[in-house]
Design a protein around this ligand. Structure first.
Ligand SMILES: [Zn+2]
Length: 206
């Protein structure tokens, strides 16, 4: 076994021992992701308390999740990204994209309506994609399914109570229906091809 002496400490340690990891155990990581999701759902609106102006670009963006990633808190970043993604998706549907509803850039002020829509939609999509990517990397299939179900329940509850949530629910429902139909069509076409192949093989058999 390779042995080294830690400089200055006088402690002998094995070089074969794994590096201390910052990754929490799987169950803890799943709980951290869920707790972070709950925080992320309302986190963007702390801008009101921080005096940044409502819909500050600093909180209504991917930035909080990126800061956690830079700090190597991946389970928390995954949950925060999911929560922020759902929040921003709902913020894409204000009654009118004017004044209070527009995105405010630090020092530069409010973005025009079209740019505000684009900012919110792009950051929502990026946050949800980031969360989906990290949830696959961080959690084993069973934990992933449980985290996914709990996240879905939390997101539905948030969207149900948020005025901008209804269009998001309708949109998500429409996309889910279209994807299920397309998959169903592809599945029946594959079954049809397999049945045809089996029939022609049987007819060729003497
Ligand atoms: Zn908001």
């Amino acid at each position: 076994m390779t042995v080294a002496k830690r400089r200055g400490s006088g402690v002998r340690m094995s070089l074969d021992e794994p590096e201390p990891s910052t990754t929490p155990p799987p169950a803890v990581a799943a709980l951290v992701t869920l707790a972070a999701l709950a925080v992320g759902l309302t986190l963007p609106d702390v801008d009101l308390r921080l005096g940044l102006g409502h819909r500050s670009a600093l909180t209504h963006s991917l930035l909080p999740a990126l800061l956690l990633l830079a700090w190597r808190r991946r389970a928390a970043a995954c949950g925060i990204a999911a929560g922020i993604g759902v929040h921003l998706a709902a913020d894409c549907f204000p009654r009118r994209m004017t004044g209070y509803a527009t995105v405010k850039l630090p020092l530069l002020g409010a973005l025009p309506p079209l740019e505000s829509y684009a900012w919110l939609a792009l950051n929502a999509a990026a946050a949800l994609l980031l969360a989906a990517w990290w949830v696959r990397r961080l959690h084993a299939p069973v934990a992933r399914a449980l985290v996914g179900l709990a996240a879905l329940a939390a997101a539905l509850r948030y969207l149900w109570h948020d005025p901008g949530g209804w269009p998001v629910l309708a949109l998500a429902g429409g996309v889910t229906f279209a994807v299920a139909r397309a998959r169903g069509g592809a599945f029946s076409a594959a079954r049809g091809r397999r049945a045809c192949g089996a029939r022609s093989t049987r007819s060729r058999t003497p």
